[in-house]
Design a protein around this ligand. Structure first.
Ligand SMILES: CC(C)(COP(=O)(O)OP(=O)(O)OC[C@H]1O[C@@H](n2cnc3c(N)ncnc32)[C@H](O)[C@@H]1OP(=O)(O)O)[C@@H](O)C(=O)NCCC(=O)NCCS
Length: 199
């Protein structure tokens, strides 16, 4: 081996080991941090008007990239984040599901949230549920979290129904602090799941 190769190989091996530690496997799905190669598919999902109908607006490519990089920094800092969701036996991005430290303050913070977003072609196939169960097991298992919360607007029935299906308990409403006073999407439903209640 040429001198000077070892450090590069060592760094590559460390990066591969880190990626393996941050990868979750389910019956049909593989969850892994998103990379630059996923940027176009990720932006297509984030720019889709239907996927984003319960968010203030779809994201531009630049906004999607800023989001992807922010998630990457969260993985570097905390070892977990919003994973890219992929099928084990088919190419293509299925969605984004995972855990994030909530960066703003509210009556239930500090807290870790679980969030999800599934591309239109992959919705209603149980992928969000499978990925969410992997993320919850990782959060309450290796990460040792005591509680995971989730929130969405009342109009987003697919999302709060999923929270209920996962065994999360409603805990009233709150005004999302990232949205301006009076914004039509400011009011959110809060759901919580404690480790003891996680099946
Ligand atoms: C919410 C979302 C992630 C669900 O993804 P999905 O892969 O289609 O969900 P699943 O197939 O795993 O369904 C699991 C459960 O979610 C609920 N659900 C999902 N889609 C639903 C719909 N269209 N209507 C009602 N309930 C729905 C149901 O409880 C379902 O269980 P069931 O099939 O036994 O009824 C998806 O609709 C989505 O990406 N929406 C746009 C992005 C978004 O709003 N994210 C949440 C922001 S808070």
């Amino acid at each position: 081996m040429a001198p000077g190769r070892a450090p590069a190989d060592g760094a590559a091996m460390r990066a591969a080991a880190m990626l393996a530690a941050m990868t979750l496997q389910g019956p049909r799905l593989m969850l892994r941090p998103l990379g630059e190669a996923d940027a176009v598919e990720f932006a297509a999902m984030n720019g889709d008007a239907d996927v984003m109908r319960h968010f203030p607006k779809p994201l531009s490519f630049a906004e999607s990239e800023a989001f992807r990089l922010r998630i990457g920094r969260h993985f570097e800092e905390h070892g977990f984040g919003f994973w890219g969701v992929f099928q084990r036996d088919a190419p293509g991005l299925v969605g984004l599901v995972g855990l994030l430290n909530i960066p703003w303050s509210a009556r239930f913070t500090p807290a870790v949230e679980i969030g999800w977003r599934i591309a239109p072609a992959h919705q209603r196939q149980g992928f969000a549920e499978e990925a969410a169960r992997l993320a919850l097991a990782h959060g309450f298992g290796p990460l040792g979290l005591a509680e995971i919360v989730a929130f969405t607007i009342p109009a987003n029935a697919p999302s709060w129904r999923l929270m209920q299906k996962l065994g999360m308990t409603p805990d009233g409403r709150f005004a999302h602090p990232s949205l301006p006073e009076g914004h039509p999407m400011q009011e959110h439903l809060l759901y919580r799941l404690r480790r003891e209640a996680h099946a």
